[in-house]
Design a protein around this ligand. Structure first.
Ligand code: GLU
Length: 372
């Protein structure tokens, strides 16, 4: 869909936004700090203060810890691995620790000048995979939002090793967006949107393989890249939320985006404007999948056309050692069609399949989302 065809719907949808997640990439942070351009952060803080008054709550997901840590050590001339070749895990973590404190100082200063306390939250993968951790994080965020302070979130790079990490802040910002309904996600980056055949795409309402093929990897200093951003955009749209990828050169772009101007690349699907429930959003964005269930065409139709639960009768086979309560993928003819919370473990499913009880429910309809 083109921007002009969707403009009216988009502007209507933006009026209903209650939360705003702003993801700021490493290159943008570094650039503004290098140029001694603290006005970027102050302008951003001013805009956020205005939004809070309008009952739109901003949450910042900020990269830059490792990058700033490196810059800091290089500038100081102190002993460290400043040629940045063969950086060990502990050196990377040490850079992150140094950079993160500088990063939060910058936010605290800029937001403090506008009467908003900035709060640091450092997360890792477990905070999104484990339901209890997830709810705990959500409660902290809710309280900070209630107090009109601004959460500034990053990965806990100083201690988390790769296998404990979400991995990149594009995905992290998607996960945070999934925690709230009626949320707009703005990714401030070093390019002004998504390009295909050298042309900027002003709006996408779905992500096809063609777009993914054209999406490039990360630029120097960052981790995610355009491909990761588009994958996140697909999930954002599936849950009825809105996203924009744009240039982070000037903070005032945030206001222009909130008013729906033709800027950056919009990801908006007016057909999926019904926001999913909190539980379904958790299932959708969760990446910790412990099993795959393969179903027949009849069961697929029942799930998609009749919004039914998944019953044992439609299960052909399954893989993985999943427990009751785990999230599993559901495939039909090698294509993923849904994701859901298993009502029983794989072991139980195996026993039940041996003694078929046709009605046994594998995934309840309230715990299931269709992925296409
Ligand atoms: N968490 C990393 C940092 O602060 C950045 C991750 C990313 O760029 O996606 O250095």
């Amino acid at each position: 869909m083109t921007y002009s065809a969707a403009e009216k719907d988009l502007k209507e949808a933006l009026k209903k936004i209650r939360f705003l997640v702003i993801k700021i990439g490493t290159n943008i942070i570094r650039k503004h700090i290098e140029n001694k351009n603290n006005s970027f952060f102050e302008e951003l803080a001013k805009i956020c203060a205005k939004l809070i008054k309008e009952q739109i709550h901003p949450i910042i997901v900020s990269s830059g810890a490792v990058g700033l840590g490196k810059d800091l050590m290089k500038e100081s001339g102190m002993k460290s691995n400043t040629n940045f070749k063969n950086i060990s895990i502990s050196e990377k973590q040490a850079f992150a620790s140094l950079g993160q404190s500088l990063l939060i100082d910058i936010y605290r200063d800029a937001f403090g000048k506008n009467g908003i306390p900035a709060a640091q939250i450092l997360v890792s993968k477990e905070d999104f995979q484990n339901k209890k951790h997830y709810q705990n994080l959500k409660r902290t965020l809710d309280t900070l939002i209630q107090w009109n302070s601004i959460p500034v979130i990053n990965e806990n790079d100083a201690v988390a090793t790769d296998e404990l990490k979400v991995g990149d802040n594009d995905t992290l910002s998607e996960l945070i967006t999934g925690m709230y309904p009626d949320t707009l996600l703005i990714m401030l980056t070093s390019i002004d949107g998504f390009y295909m055949n050298n042309q900027k795409v002003s709006m996408l309402s779905e992500i096809a393989s063609e777009e993914l093929k054209n999406a490039l990897g990360p630029k120097d200093g960052g981790i995610g890249g355009m491909r990761t951003k588009l994958k996140s955009a697909a999930k954002i749209m599936l849950s009825g939320q809105i996203m924009n990828i744009c240039s982070g050169d000037n903070a005032d772009i945030v206001e222009k985006i909130i008013s729906g101007e033709e800027i950056g690349t919009w990801f908006f699907n007016s057909a999926s404007r019904n926001s999913l429930s909190a539980k379904k959003r958790w299932i959708l964005h969760n990446r910790h999948l412990t099993g795959s269930i393969y179903i027949d065409e009849g069961a697929k139709d029942a799930l998609i056309k009749s919004s039914a639960s998944l019953l044992i009768v439609g299960v052909q086979h399954f893989e993985g050692d999943f427990e009751k309560g785990d999230i599993v993928n559901i495939y039909c003819n090698e294509k993923r069609v849904a994701k859901g919370i298993a009502s029983m473990s794989g072991k139980e499913l195996l026993l039940k399949k041996e003694k078929p009880s046709k009605g046994a429910e594998i995934i309840h309809r309230d715990n299931l989302i269709i992925m296409n």
